[in-house]
Design a protein around this ligand. Sequence first.
Ligand code: ATP
Ligand code: MG
Length: 324
Amino acid sequence: MGMVDYLQVNNLQKLYYVNNSKIKAVDDVTFNVKAGEVFGLLGPNGAGKTSIIKCICGLLDYDGGDIIVNGYSMKNKRRKGLRHISAVLEGNRNIYWRMTVKENLEFFSGINGISSSKVKERINYLINQFQLQQQKDTVVNKLSRGMKQKVAIAISLIANKDIILLDEPTLGLDVSMSHEMRSILRGIAKDENKTILLSTHDMNVVEATCDRLIIINKGKIIAKDTVDNLKSLFNKEIYKVTLMEGPKNQLKERLKKVAQLLNYQKQAENTSLLLQLDNGNQLIEIFQLFKEEGISLIAIEKVTKNLEGIFIDLLKEEQHEILL
Ligand SMILES: Nc1ncnc2c1ncn2[C@@H]1O[C@H](COP(=O)(O)OP(=O)(O)OP(=O)(O)O)[C@@H](O)[C@H]1O
Ligand SMILES: [Mg+2]
């Protein structure tokens, strides 16, 4: 399969009417997901993630724009589009609680019409991938929440559709289960060339699983990029420098020529500066400068910004300057 835009979301609008007012839950959202790609919808509560996913899998009508699944518009070719999609939303409605893990997998593979020899092979593959060997004969109802989530996602894969939509696949899982889920999703996507669209409010999940992402807030896209680019964009070197005394104006001016002065705070005992450098070598120039100005350094530390920090910064941005 080539790198085609398998799922296109074009200028999507979703409105809810509550009493007499209108809520724009999804406001002009555009993105595309290529075949075999894991794509993240990242945003805080109420951002519109679930609404987008429900529109894509045909559970909600939308008010503007369009969704194209492998060439079929979900407006007027919904049934054809749905042949390519399986989804796991909140509530895990696709599970039969009184059947065992294996029976569930058999049942859903059956109704999706896979040949019986392939079925067995695929069920075993999924049981292994999801590490459900010990639970395979347990009634789903008796499993922990995390295990149920694994079963739900395994079921979404049994049908062997190309596009898998996962709404908050790691929500409510403990740390180790969440990590396990991330590596399962990444592994399945790459092994089976699945197109996965997942939503989350957890940047770490995106970082561990996704190739590209959009960050949404209040229905609008605030950033769209590859995970790697978004990280490197913000991966400039930032140092916090603590000085004995406040920098004189002259020092500030000289500093600004070497680095970007992000912040400057004078405290009772000392002064701290936040400097952004293009590379570590500039640090030597900075030291030289302090020496020339006769300033004593108390401390210097590297401030690393992870994606989580970037996410928080982006949400704080009132204007969308970082829109890519
Ligand atoms: N059925 C509904 N009726 C009215 N408003 C709704 C409905 N569903 C969602 N909304 C509103 O639409 C906006 C987007 O909600 P949505 O559930 O899509 O966000 P989300 O990103 O999935 O949030 P969460 O992280 O809490 O799951 C919110 O303001 C929400 O209150
Ligand atoms: Mg949601």
